[in-house]
Design a protein around this ligand. Structure first.
Ligand code: KG4
Ligand code: ZN
Length: 339
């Protein structure tokens, strides 16, 4: 296999973004994403509308990815796709398209775990160092929060996860309470930039071990804002920056408590972040600051590879291709799929 050029088309459709990417070995040639605006007015992803939008987007998105990569379908060696976890109706659209295309071209299909994809984004060929095994990855997204002991491309152990809301949900639900549109994470990030991180105090979960809990935090901001709004109906508007900064600080502090514990316990100083919330500017700068103090080698994905994208599925697919991990044409996607 050494020296062979491998071209893979990857498809990601696990939630509300339809994405296709073309990779040649570890180099991304194109990574095209169609966002679904429709969900913002509903305050969250509406599964049936998401599947319908994927159905409309999938053909043009794949065509665009191939065009940008200047590649024909006949040059492809395999089709990678997200097999789970995610919204079943959304996954089925991507998986069915991948299956039809792979069968018509008579090439193999590679089912990729979405959460593995987020971690594998660190191995895309870019002008920066890649983590070396073993390392710890904090994967924080809208659906999951996982602390992962990454031992190799194919051996990843989840040592901690959320027992209720994901970190991204903690952002999005608080944003919704504050009247901000979905997804609220990027807006809390934006407003929090100029705010005082210590203006308001929110509780940090006392859960032991490596697991996370964010539902208490969400309830506490709800009660806090209800109480303040009774006294001053303009409280949110007048204090948006400080509320966002203080709330965001609490989420990030909760994440770091576990990350630091895992690094100490496992004696691992290669620390990575991944997933949609790793686009958060405060998390990114805190990882650099804490990492410098603790002598960590830190790995932060490029913005385009943080939130859902097919580039991360493509790089995971490439390594599975090398390992001969193919998926049969009769495989079906799964809404729940362990790493
Ligand atoms: O990984 P992702 O795109 O989708 C899932 O697999 O869930 O993550 C989406 C999540 C959303 O909750 C969104 O609000 C959050 O990532 N997010 C952010 C930022 N950008 C995206 N949260 C905080 N700050 C950001 N800059
Ligand atoms: Zn994701």
């Amino acid at each position: 296999m050494v020296g062979k050029v491998v071209n893979i088309l990857a498809i990601e459709s696990s939630c509300d973004d339809t994405s296709a990417a073309v990779i040649q070995n570890e180099k991304i040639l194109s990574n095209y994403i169609a966002n679904q605006e429709i969900h913002s007015k509903f305050g969250g992803v509406v599964p049936e509308l998401a599947s319908r939008a994927h159905q409309q987007n999938i053909v043009p998105v794949v065509e665009e990815a191939l065009k940008k990569a200047a590649m024909t379908k006949e040059e492809l060696d395999a089709i990678a796709f997200t097999i789970g976890p995610g919204l079943l109706g959304s996954l089925i659209v991507g998986a069915s398209y991948a299956k039809g295309l792979a069968m018509s071209l008579d090439i193999p299909m590679i089912g990729v775990n979405h959460m593995k994809g987020h971690i594998m984004a660190h191995f895309i060929d870019q002008d920066k160092p890649k983590p070396s095994f073993p390392f710890i990855c904090l994967t924080v997204s809208g659906g999951h929060t996982q602390l992962v002991h990454v031992k190799s491309y194919s051996n990843m152990e989840v040592i901690g996860s959320t027992i209720d809301d994901a970190a991204g949900e903690a952002f999005d639900k608080a944003a919704k309470i504050m009247g901000l549109p979905y997804p609220g994470g990027p807006l809390i990030d934006k407003y929090g930039k100029d705010g005082d991180i210590e203006k308001y105090e929110f509780p940090i979960s006392s859960l032991q071990g490596y697991d996370f809990s964010f539902s208490g935090l969400k309830t506490s901001i709800l009660y806090f804002l209800q109480k303040e709004m009774k006294k001053n109906p303009d409280f949110i508007k007048e204090n948006m920056s400080d509320i966002c900064a203080s709330y965001q600080h609490t989420i990030i502090k909760t994440l770091f408590k576990k990350l630091i514990k895992a690094s100490k316990d496992l004696g691992i100083k290669d620390i990575a972040i991944a997933g949609g919330v790793s686009a958060n500017s405060y998390l990114r700068s805190e990882l650099e600051r804490v990492g410098e103090n603790r002598g960590w080698n830190t790995f932060i994905p490029e913005f385009q590879y943080c939130t859902d994208n097919a580039g991360m599925i493509a790089i995971a697919g490439y390594h599975q291709f090398l390992a001969g991990e193919f998926t049969s044409y009769d495989a079906a996607p799964q809404a729940r799929l362990p790493l």
